[in-house]
Design a binder for this molecule. Structure first.
Ligand code: NAP
Length: 458
C-alpha cells in the first residue's frame, strides 16, 4: 500500500492563489504542500503560452502586495506578457523558495473527508496519497479547458491547438490558420498571428466588445519614487474598490448628469485605456439599460471608425448590442479591429454559416464552403469557474461528490466554503469575485480571510 504523507494543509494549484496561501500558512508555522499539475509556478500563466497572451490588469496591480516582493521587481510593460509573468514567478520562487513546498507534475484526482479522524485524504493521478486537516483549493477559474464536440475533429490532417495548451516551441508563421472563438484569448491570438500567417480565418459566434489596451512600456524613470511613496497606498486602495483595481465606479446618478458631461467622461476613460472604461464608469452601467445602450453606442462609434468595410463594421460592432455592455469581462485589444481589413484575413459569422464539421483538410461550414486549414486554434475557453473543483472527486461528510452537489448550481458560504465539506476552502473560485476582479487583489483578501479562520479556529 502507498505511503501516506501527512500535512496540516494540502493546497491544490500553484498560481497566485496557491502561492499566497502557502506563504501565509508558512507564517503560522503549519506544514503545507502544494500539489500542482504543471511543471512550474504560475497556474494559468504556466499553461497559457499562446502567441500574444498578456494580462489585462495594468502594472503594478497584478502582483503580490508584499513589499519584500515588489521592492526588487519591475515589469517592462504595463500589461506584461506571459513570458514576463513566468519570469516574475521564477523571481518569487528564488526569493522565497516556494518550490521546496510544491510537488510538480501532480494532478489531484480525489479528496475524501474522513469524519473519524477529521482529516482529508488526497490522492494524485499517479497514486500518491496525502492526509491533511485542511484542504485549500486554489484551482483558479480556468484550469479545465473546453474543447467543443466538433464533428470530425479527430479526422483533421493538420494540427489542433487549444490556447490553454499551446506547445512550447511552435512556429505558426506562413500557415493557413483557423481560429474558433474570440474571447480574450481569441482576440489576443488573432491580433498577434494575423501579420505573419499566410491566411487567417476567424470563426465568430459573438462579437467581442473589446476595449483598447493602450499598452505602454515602463521606462522605470520614476519607479523608485513611485514605489517608495505610492505602492503601499495603491495596494491598500486595491482592496477597497469594486473589482480590486485602483479606480472605481462613479456613484453620481446618471440622471444628475448631462449627455455632454457623460460624453466627456467616456472620452476621458477611453483615452486612459484598459478596463477603467468599464470599471471607472458610472455604476449605473450595470443596472440602467438606457445608459448601458449609450455606452455601447459610444464604443460602437469608436470601433467603427477603425473599420472601413460596412459589412465588417456590422459584424464586429453591430448596431444592436449582442448583450449589455460590461456584463462579460471586457477583453483588451491592441490592433484587433484593424486585423479584419487585412487581405489575408477572413471573418466567418457562424450564426449565418455554422461550423458543420472538421474535415481532413480544414473546416466545412453549413453554406457548403470548405475552409482549407493547416492549423485549427481552439480559443474556446474553459469549464469556467467551477471546472477546476468539480473535476476533482471531492467527497465531504455525506459522501456526496461536490460535482453532484452543485449539479443545480453552486452553494457556498461567502464564495469560499461549502456545508458538509469541513475544513475545505477555495480561493478565486465559484461565487467569489473571480472573473470580475483583478486576480491578485481578491486572491489576497480571500487567502488572508482563510488564514484568520485558521487562527481563530485553532
Ligand atoms: P471565453 O471568454 O470563454 O471565450 C471562448 C470563445 O469561444 C467565445 O468567443 C465563444 O463564443 C467561443 N466558443 C465557445 N464554444 C464554441 C463553439 N462550440 N463554437 C464556436 N465558438 C465557441 O474564453 P477565453 O477567451 O479563453 O477567456 C476565458 C477567461 O480568461 C475570461 O474570463 C477572460 O477574461 C480570461 N482571460 C484573460 C486574459 C487577460 O487577462 N488578458 C487573457 C485570456 C483570457 P461565445 O462568446 O459566443 O460564447
Amino acid at each position: 500500500m502507498a505511503h501516506t504523507e501527512e500535512y496540516d494543509v494540502i493546497i491544490v494549484g500553484a498560481g497566485f492563489a496557491g502561492v499566497h496561501q502557502l506563504l501565509n500558512i508558512r507564517k503560522l508555522g503549519l506544514a503545507a504542500k502544494i500539489l500542482e499539475a504543471g511543471n512550474g509556478l504560475g497556474g494559468t500563466w504556466y499553461w497559457n503560452r499562446y502567441p500574444g497572451a498578456r494580462v489585462d490588469s495594468e502594472m503594478p496591480i497584478y502582483q503580490f502586495s508584499d513589499p519584500e516582493l515588489w521592492r526588487d521587481w519591475t515589469f517592462t510593460e504595463y500589461h506584461p506578457g506571459w513570458q514576463e509573468i513566468q519570469a516574475y514567478f521564477r523571481y518569487v520562487d528564488k526569493k522565497l523558495d516556494v518550490s521546496r513546498d510544491v510537488l510538480y507534475n501532480s494532478r489531484v484526482a480525489s479528496a475524501h473527508w474522513n469524519d473519524s479522524v477529521d482529516r482529508w485524504t488526497v490522492t494524485t493521478k499517479d497514486g500518491r496519497i496525502f492526509r491533511a486537516q485542511f484542504l485549500s483549493l486554489c484551482t483558479g477559474i480556468g484550469s479545465k479547458y473546453h474543447v467543443p464536440d466538433f464533428k470530425g475533429l479527430d479526422t483533421f490532417k493538420g494540427q489542433v491547438h487549444h490556447t490553454a495548451r499551446w506547445p512550447e516551441k511552435y512556429d505558426i508563421k506562413g500557415k493557413k490558420v483557423g481560429v474558433i472563438g474570440n474571447g480574450a484569448s481569441g482576440v489576443q491570438v488573432i491580433q498577434e498571428i494575423a501579420p505573419t500567417v499566410s491566411h487567417l480565418t476567424v470563426f465568430q459566434r459573438t462579437p467581442n466588445m473589446a476595449l483598447p489596451m493602450k499598452q505602454r512600456k515602463n521606462n522605470g524613470a520614476e519607479e523608485e519614487k513611485v514605489k517608495r511613496d505610492l505602492y503601499p497606498l495603491l495596494y491598500a486602495r486595491r482592496s477597497q474598490t469594486f473589482a480590486g483595481f485602483f479606480y472605481d465606479f462613479k456613484q453620481t446618478p446618471v440622471a444628475d448628469t448631462t449627455p455632454e458631461e457623460r460624453a466627456l467622461v467616456l472620452e476621458d476613460l477611453w483615452e486612459k485605456g484598459g478596463l477603467c472604461f468599464c470599471l471607472g464608469c458610472y455604476a449605473e452601467l450595470l443596472s440602467n439599460r438606457e445608459f448601458n445602450d449609450e455606452v455601447y453606442a459610444f464604443w460602437r462609434k469608436k470601433v467603427r471608425e477603425r473599420i472601413t468595410d460596412p459589412t465588417l463594421q456590422e459584424k464586429l460592432a453591430p448596431m444592436k448590442p449582442p448583450h449589455p455592455f460590461g456584463i462579460r469581462r471586457p477583453s483588451l485589444e491592441q490592433r484587433y479591429f484593424e486585423v479584419f481589413s487585412q487581405a489575408n484575413v477572413t471573418l466567418v459569422d457562424i450564426n449565418e454559416a455554422a461550423i458543420e464539421e472538421i474535415i481532413p483538410k480544414g473546416l466545412k461550414t453549413s453554406d457548403g464552403i470548405e475552409h482549407e486549414l493547416d492549423v485549427v486554434v481552439l480559443a474556446t475557453g474553459f469549464d469556467m469557474v467551477t471546472g477546476g473543483i468539480t473535476s476533482i472527486d471531492i467527497r465531504g461528510q455525506d459522501g456526496i461528490s461536490i460535482k453532484e452537489k452543485w449539479v443545480d448550481g453552486v452553494q457556498s458560504y461567502l464564495g469560499l466554503a461549502s456545508a458538509t465539506y469541513p475544513n475545505m476552502f477555495w480561493i478565486y473560485g465559484p461565487q467569489s469575485p473571480s472573473s470580475f476582479s483583478n486576480g491578485p487583489s481578491s486572491i489576497e483578501l480571500i487567502s488572508d480571510w482563510i488564514i484568520v479562520g485558521l487562527i481563530v479556529g485553532e
